[in-house]
Unconditional design. Structure first.
Length: 495
């Protein structure tokens, strides 16, 4: 672990490069999702994109962590994004040849989801050394800003697809990958930032390394319980994310849905800016529990009445809490984990946090469909629950929101009452305090990896944190996990 802090302009430049690429990938994801739905007319075939984007990420994550703790992390980012770019380029070629099929998109999604997982784990493992302990909370807040920016993707993509077509959008996407990769190569980074801190992982079998993150978390019950709470949060949020559009469309038009999504996204953006400027409280578990409680109340209020004005207030409130929960959780893991095993711990945390998301996707629809008849005018719950939240179209979905929000509040209470979790901030910090004088351009230590020292073949036209077609590149009006791109209340998996 480096004991020096890089100048702010260096890590801001890298963050901006990743942001540009993320926007390009969001454009591609949106137009491909629209293409699948318009071509097939099938919600099931469209929803398969989510499954193809989520499952590979969960399966690949442990191996991504082992790689991040034994290989140069910048090269891992570049190599994995090159692989994702190949998938995007292949799709663009198929579009040009008028030969694109739905299964091509599924295959590219699987490829990109796996590659982007390697990228994300390597990026997060490099972050503490890149920005330093003092700036870590703020940087994780800025990462949430990156996801909030994706809200504009459908608006921009809608214009681009009319003017330059689906293939043209993917060409623009490839161009943004070049920007991000070029930035990552040109910014001078000390070897201590890009290379793993420990040597033991280099000789460790990959399978054993994949399990090391789990063993490390088990030895630190507070961190393990934090990730279990985060996994439960993702499950509850996944259910709400899937059902938010049916809820709104039960009493409002599609145009109004778009306005409400934008309003909700503005709440996410505001919360991201807050965390980017502030970094969070000294006791971050307080921010996690507080965000869960406020977010749960906001979800319950979604069910109070079929009102556009109500949703226009509570949706931004709910999404405002997400950057607080996400960035505080990530900062706790990064500051309390030894750098030598950080990649493997982050990968294990990703598996625990994300494994519940596909389950939420599968269960949300059948649960809502089963409850909806109970809240019709003549339904079994019409005279009880129906007297509070109303009856008719969408009120069954509203009840699911109310229950989901109540469970989220109870999750916050349980997390606060759990002694090991309540004291997670008191675990010893694994990061050294930042020095008084940051590393300047003339004081980068020998062995710096610069644009002239990266071997040929390690870089391609792609550097995108969330992958070309992945859970964090899902269009803003689609469901995702609690730590990715968002619509009104649809935010994907932790980046």
């Amino acid at each position: 672990m480096t004991d020096r802090t890089l100048p702010t302009h260096r890590w801001v430049a890298i963050w901006l490069g990743q942001l540009v690429s993320l926007i390009g990938s969001s454009l591609t994801a949106f137009v491909l999702g629209v293409w699948v739905y318009q071509r097939t007319g099938s919600v099931t075939q469209f929803s398969m994109i989510f499954l193809a984007a989520t499952l590979p990420a969960v399966l690949v994550a442990p191996f991504a962590g082992a790689l991040a703790d034994r290989r140069d992390r910048r090269r891992l980012m570049l190599a994995s994004d090159t692989l994702a770019a190949v998938g995007t380029a292949a799709l663009a070629a198929l579009v040009a040849a008028d030969a694109l099929q739905v299964w091509h998109i599924y295959l590219a999604t699987v490829l990109s989801a796996g590659a982007s997982t390697v990228h994300q784990v390597a990026y997060q493992a490099m972050t503490p050394a890149l920005v330093g302990k003092r700036n870590l909370g703020r940087f994780n807040g800025f990462m949430q800003v990156s996801r909030a920016v994706q809200i504009a993707a459908p608006l921009v993509a809608g214009v681009l697809v009319v003017t330059i077509g689906v293939g043209g959008v993917m060409v623009v996407d490839l161009g943004t990958f070049v920007v991000a990769a070029g930035t990552l190569l040109l910014v001078r980074l000390p070897a201590e930032v890009t290379r793993p801190a420990g040597k033991g992982a280099a000789d460790e079998p990959v399978l054993r390394g994949a399990a090391a993150g789990w063993h490390h978390l088990r030895q630190r019950p507070g961190l393990l319980r934090l990730m279990l709470v985060f996994g439960a949060f993702n499950f509850l949020f996944g259910i709400a994310g899937v059902l938010v559009q049916p809820l709104i469309l039960s009493f409002a038009s599609a145009d109004t849905l778009g306005v409400l999504m934008f309003a909700g996204g503005a709440g996410l953006f505001a919360g991201s800016l807050l965390m980017g400027a502030w970094g969070g409280p000294a006791r971050r578990i307080t921010a996690v529990c507080g965000g869960l409680a406020i977010g749960g109340v906001a979800l319950v209020l979604h069910a109070a009445a079929p009102s556009v004005w109500l949703i226009g207030v509570v949706a931004p409130l709910f999404l405002f809490t997400l950057p607080i929960v996400n960035s505080s959780t990530m900062t706790l893991i990064q500051t309390k984990t030894e750098p030598a095993v950080l990649g493997r711990v982050l990968a294990t945390a990703r598996v625990i946090g994300d494994a519940s998301i596909p389950v939420a996707y599968v269960l949300a629809g059948p649960i809502a469909d089963g409850i909806e008849p109970l809240l019709r005018a003549d339904g079994a719950l019409a005279d009880s629950v129906g007297s509070v939240i109303g009856t008719g179209d969408g009120r069954g979905v509203a009840l699911v929101f109310a229950v989901t929000g109540a469970l989220m509040v109870l999750l916050a209470v349980a997390a606060r009452a759990w002694p090991a979790l309540r004291g997670v901030d008191d675990l010893p910090d694994a990061l050294p305090d930042d020095p008084a004088h940051p590393v300047g351009p003339d004081t980068v230590p020998a062995g710096t990896v610069g644009p002239d020292t990266v071997p040929a073949g390690t870089v391609g036209p792609d550097t995108v944190p969330a992958g070309t077609v992945g859970p964090d590149a899902v269009p803003a009006d689609r469901a995702g996990s609690a730590d990715g791109a968002t619509g009104s209340e649809t935010v994907p998996a932790n980046r």
